[in-house]
Design a protein around this ligand. Structure first.
Ligand code: MG
Length: 175
């Protein structure tokens, strides 16, 4: 197994759409950045890359590269997934925490989890999306995201059967 951890922050700016977790959220301000500023996708991308000891998102997708200007951040996540699969791993679950003063994420959490489920290829019940307000942190003009992932080696055709070993004591059946 491997664990991965990612963190990101972006500053709110007027006049641009707000994208968090691959969905657009109605809000007067969006998150600035060279790409679409999707702080949650960036944190999850870095968590996946970190789990396989790959270069981080800023190294693979340089902010100085015109190709990524305004880019849909799902492109970065897809590249991290490709590298993870090439390394022989699959995602078991993802957990994340957003820290932002506004907007409230609760009403959008289910939609974000469904979107992430599609992007990550795992069920929505394996994806945690939590949100907190930045009490006393002085970061009301920013959105912060933390993400953790658990990876397991991909299943192979030589996977063991579930038959118990001879002589192993049998547990009582519980109903
Ligand atoms: Mg970022």
């Amino acid at each position: 197994m491997r664990i991965g951890y990612g963190w990101d922050s972006h500053e709110f700016k007027s006049g641009i759409p707000l994208r968090i977790g691959g969905i657009e959220i109605e809000h007067p301000r969006g998150l600035g950045g060279h790409s679409d500023g999707d702080v949650l996708l960036h944190a999850i991308t870095d968590a996946l890359l970190g789990a396989i000891a790959a270069p981080d998102i800023g190294t693979l997708f340089s902010p100085g590269d015109a190709r990524w200007k305004g880019a849909d951040s799902s492109l970065f996540l897809e590249e991290a997934m490709r590298r993870m699969k090439a390394a022989g791993y699959a995602i078991t679950n993802v957990d994340s925490t957003l820290i932002l003063a506004q907007p409230k994420i609760g009403p959008h959490a289910a939609a974000i989890r469904e979107k992430l489920a599609g992007l990550l290829g795992i069920p929505a019940n394996c994806i945690g999306v939590k949100a907190k307000t930045p009490e006393g942190m002085g970061t009301d003009n920013a959105a912060i995201a933390h993400a953790a992932v658990l990876l397991e080696k991909s299943k192979t055709s030589s996977a063991k059967s579930s038959t118990s070993k001879p002589g192993h004591s049998q547990s009582k059946t519980r109903h």
